[in-house]
Design a protein around this ligand. Structure first.
Ligand SMILES: [Fe+2]
Ligand SMILES: [Fe+2]
Length: 253
């Protein structure tokens, strides 16, 4: 059994609030009885993409579990790479695409951010990278593909307006190349599950806040719950048959 924790949208800034919420979630992960196969954080890591924020993130996301993170629309690629990942920037503005090859699974995290914009898009370079990851993976090994922006509408208008666009290219890749068992994303700041390209699309809730659903009456004109809802995360469980099950958990601050 493979167990992966999935959190998203920690939005670390200079306020104590963002750090406290992330600390609560990370302390919960450290308290678990097992070593997780991975912890994945699907973007909006730093609230303003500042070096000082990434330095703080490095400290906050320290964990005994294998960790993989990708940028969101609030992140800045070069600072993300240099400060958070500790890698040299050899090509300014290049997408940050990373793969974790675990025991019995592959986690491919692509960069759906578009510098200077809130909406998402997978560059041709990122799609080619994803295809090469799939090519290098034996067919029986399940692949989880993650990014920040959901590639489909989630029926939350302000999120749907800045979702991932150009998604037909990803759907074509998934149809052409078997092996993907699910897509993982964040950005929506709500725990959600739907499908994309005939596969599960599993949305991690936001650690920093929770989006108001259009049919909820809370705060007219307000888009998000802040302290009214606890930070939360998802656990994805992959069984021997390659089937994925997702559990969602809230963690008191
Ligand atoms: Fe976010
Ligand atoms: Fe976002």
């Amino acid at each position: 059994m493979i167990v992966i924790a999935h959190l998203s949208d920690i939005h670390i800034d200079s306020s104590p609030r963002s750090a406290e919420r992330t600390r609560s979630v990370m302390a919960y992960l450290e308290s678990l009885d097992i070593d997780l196969d991975a912890v994945v954080v699907t973007g909006d890591i730093a609230d303003h993409g500042l070096e000082s924020e990434y330095l703080h993130v490095r400290e906050l996301l320290q964990t005994r579990h294998p960790l993989l993170v990708c940028p969101g629309n609030h992140d800045v690629r070069d600072a993300f790479r240099r400060v958070l990942l500790g890698e040299p920037v050899t090509r300014t503005g290049a997408p940050v695409n990373q793969v974790l090859r675990g025991a019995g699974f592959v986690l491919a995290l692509g960069d759906s951010s578009v510098p200077g914009k809130d909406e998402g898009f997978l560059e041709e370079e990122t799609l080619a990278w994803l295809e090469s990851v799939l090519d290098e993976t034996p067919e029986e090994v399940p692949v989880l593909v993650g990014f920040h922006h959901p590639p489909t509408a989630l029926h939350i208008p302000f999120v749907d307006g800045i979702r991932q666009f150009g998604e037909h290219r990803l759907a074509e890749l998934a149809a052409r190349r078997p092996g993907i068992v699910a897509f993982l994303c964040g950005h929506a700041h709500t725990a959600a599950a739907t499908t994309f390209a005939g596969l599960p699309l599993l949305v991690a809730p936001g650690v920093i806040s929770t989006s108001k659903l259009p049919w909820e009456s809370y705060g007219p004109g307000v888009h998000v719950y802040r302290d009214e809802m606890a930070p939360s995360l998802a656990f994805h469980v992959l069984d021997e048959g390659g089937r994925i099950t997702t559990h969602y958990r809230s963690v008191p601050v």
